[in-house]
Design a protein around this ligand. Structure first.
Ligand SMILES: Cc1ncc(COP(=O)(O)O)c(C=O)c1O
Length: 405
């Protein structure tokens, strides 16, 4: 029996009540927040505001309990084995920087190799440049096939070079393609590599079970999963988290400080220097607790239905170059109007109250390879409707007509 009711789901978001005219298809950039999340953040500031892990007073102890409960909730959400495997940080970018910085000189030594893929977000490229390539680590890149999928034959061949780390995105933020993440993790592990998954777009697509997936690290940003901006999660296996050199030093992450040296705290605190975004973390946990009231598989089916309708409508519009494949797609469609700049297309859509993103989507190396200035990205969420699909197709048709007149 189907229980997912798209009208009820959309009704949870104040934004759409206040702004019924907007067709919001920029969900891969950030998602809207349900009332449950906004209330949790509000409630914290109105009733419980205090710092965590510090004050002896009851208010601080209450805030600490809420904050640490959030860690338990998120650990349960992804089926982490131990609560200290959940490191709170500001998002996927911060987490990937912590991993790249933290592995250098402990696990990674000059001369070692790191393997990424050609469709990575800058957040999974630049940290390796900053923290590892600068010190003599070699970055290898798995190319794409002609239909813009990660070339699995080349992946297997590059694993023969024995990379110490293999880091790739679960879902491409540009194309929406879902990687065969479980198979790739297993191949990388068989080759002896540490696996890092950029789950910024993946965690919203399907239920994550980190024990079943068995990747060493999995990271995401809360704001792409109905939660507040400025928070996110670095999940890691305990033994590896213990080998990460903290990227930030300061309060909370130490057990002893002398002017000559400092000793680090235990996990998770050793990787959480300074006052965290307490309200944000509480809001992030509210988001995952709220989401679990819905059937994730039915949400996936609903989104797949919207995507099918969108692709079918696109096939009626002449003059498009569609980069995304409808197969194994998490709900992102990237395209160009032939001969037109993506920024012009996005602007014409915005004028018709359709929010999409035009540009290179923080994946400049991918667009350089494709020899494209950029593309227009339509990214769907379960609060989008069939009417949104129809309106966006109509708006795109209008844009094509205006640009090619
Ligand atoms: C695949 C992917 N990785 C990493 C990031 C970086 O996320 P944030 O900017 O929230 O740190 C994004 C954001 O768009 C993304 O789509």
């Amino acid at each position: 029996m189907h229980t997912f009711d798209p009208v009820n789901f959309r009704g949870q978001f104040e934004f759409f009540l206040q702004n019924p005219g907007w067709v919001y298809l920029d969900n891969a950039a950030t998602m809207h927040k349900p009332r449950a999340v906004v209330s949790a953040v509000n409630d914290f500031y109105q009733r419980s505001n205090s710092n965590v892990h510090r004050g002896a007073h009851n208010l601080s102890q209450h805030a600490t309990r809420l904050f640490e409960q959030a860690r338990d909730d998120i650990a349960a959400f992804i089926n982490a084995k131990e609560r200290q495997q959940i490191i709170f940080c500001s998002g996927a970018t911060a987490a990937l920087n912590q991993i790249a910085y933290g592995l250098m000189h402990t696990v990674l030594q000059p001369g070692d190799r790191v393997l990424i893929t050609a469709l990575e977000h800058h957040a999974n490229i630049v940290p390796w440049h900053l923290h590892c390539v600068r010190f003599g680590v070699q970055l290898d890149v798995v190319p794409l096939t002609n239909d813009y999928q990660v070339d699995q034959t080349a992946f297997a061949q590059l694993l023969e070079k024995k990379p110490k780390v293999v880091s790739f995105s679960h879902v491409s933020n540009v194309l929406g393609h879902v990687q065969p993440v479980a198979e790739m993790v297993q191949l990388a592990k068989n080759a002896g590599a540490i696996t890092v998954i950029d789950g910024a777009q993946g965690i919203v697509h399907e239920k994550l079970d980190v024990q079943a997936l068995d990747a060493d690290f999995y990271v995401w940003s809360s704001h792409k999963l109905y939660g507040p901006t400025g928070t996110g999660v670095l999940y890691g296996k305990t033994a590896l988290l213990e080998q990460l050199t903290p990227i930030y030093g300061g309060g909370e992450m130490i057990s002893e400080v002398q002017f000559s040296h400092s000793l680090f705290n235990i996990l998770p605190f050793r990787l959480e220097a300074g006052t965290p975004d307490i309200a944000g973390v509480i809001g992030m946990a509210a988001a995952v607790n709220w989401l679990q009231k819905f059937n994730i598989d039915e949400i996936k089916e609903y989104k797949a239905m919207l995507l099918k309708q969108f692709f079918s409508g696109l096939s009626q519009i002449p003059g498009l170059d569609i980069l995304s494949s409808p197969v194994h797609n998490a709900g992102i469609v990237t395209l160009n109007v032939q001969g037109e700049h993506p920024a012009d297309v996005a602007e014409l859509l915005s004028q018709q109250a359709v929010a999409v993103r035009g540009g290179q989507h923080c994946a400049m190396p991918l667009f350089n390879q494709l020899k494209l200035a950029g593309a227009v990205r339509f990214s769907f969420a379960p609060y989008n409707t069939e009417a949104d699909v129809a309106t966006s197709l109509h708006a795109l048709t209008q844009a094509v007509e205006i640009l090619t007149a």
